[in-house]
Design a protein around this ligand. Structure first.
Ligand code: PLP
Length: 233
């Protein structure tokens, strides 16, 4: 199957899954995770009408951004070192992986110089898995309180990668917990729009479960682009 055919098939699955749980498919944004995939593959997706891509590595993203930013939006979904915050502040439409104040402050400083604002998500280690990055659930509120003093950042919601499990169903409890945390933080008015909190959760293997549990952003790589090969320099 071509990238275009796979995108069509996934959009169809998103729509069906959403309708089956009484959700409007238009409230679910598909991010095509293009890390390790070529410029040509991304262009194929753009030609098929897709716009939102996810990247994990700043250097790789920079190359793609330079060539494609007039036709595509990029989300950052990887770990950012604070010393790469300048590029991140410049390139991305959404940084999904803010998990510490130092990084938030560094992004904010660069955004001030660039004269722009940036939508962000807080990455939460919802399964409290020692192998996963993200802030612990109980630390999300204090972090958001500190971020509220940074005028260039707009916290839109939460992102998570659940612990590995045997089946997609294993992710359900973690997705449910992320949604509950989002609702709690919204009731404390910690987001930019507390009536519309984004939940970025669900990947190729478990995105249907994520949609059932309220995902508004799903991040799909393999099911669109195939197996990842190597770093694109
Ligand atoms: C690589 C990656 C994805 C995509 O995973 P697939 O299993 O290929 O769909 C989604 N989210 C994050 C944070 C990733 O690093």
């Amino acid at each position: 199957m071509s990238i275009s055919d796979r995108l069509t098939a996934i959009q169809k699955t998103i729509a069906t899954t959403a309708r089956n749980c009484d959700r409007d498919p238009a409230t679910i944004q598909l991010v095509a995770v293009s890390k390790y995939h070529s410029i040509a593959s991304i262009e194929e997706a753009i030609i098929a009408g897709h716009r939102n891509f996810g990247e994990n590595y700043i250097q790789e993203a920079a190359k793609k951004w330079q060539l494609l930013s007039d036709r595509a939006n990029f989300h950052f979904i990887g770990h950012i070192q604070s010393n790469k915050a300048k590029l991140a502040a410049e390139m991305f439409s959404l940084v999904e992986t803010v998990d510490r104040y130092k990084l938030a402050r560094s992004l904010n400083n660069h955004l001030e110089k660039l004269g722009r604002s940036l939508d962000i998500l807080i990455q939460v280690n919802i399964g409290q898995d020692p192998n996963k990055s993200g802030i612990l659930p109980q630390e999300a509120a204090p972090l958001l309180e500190k971020i509220s003093t940074l005028s260039r950042l707009r916290p839109r919601g939460l992102m998570t990668i659940p612990p590995q499990s045997e089946s997609a169903e294993g992710s359900r409890v973690h997705f449910k917990n992320l949604r509950t945390l989002g609702t709690d933080l919204a009731s404390r008015k910690l987001f930019t729009d507390n009536n519309k909190v984004d939940l970025s959760m669900g990947m190729s293997r478990d995105f249907k479960v994520a949609i059932e549990e309220g995902a508004t952003i799903i991040r799909i790589g393999t099911a669109i682009f195939g197996q990842r090969k190597e770093f694109v320099k």
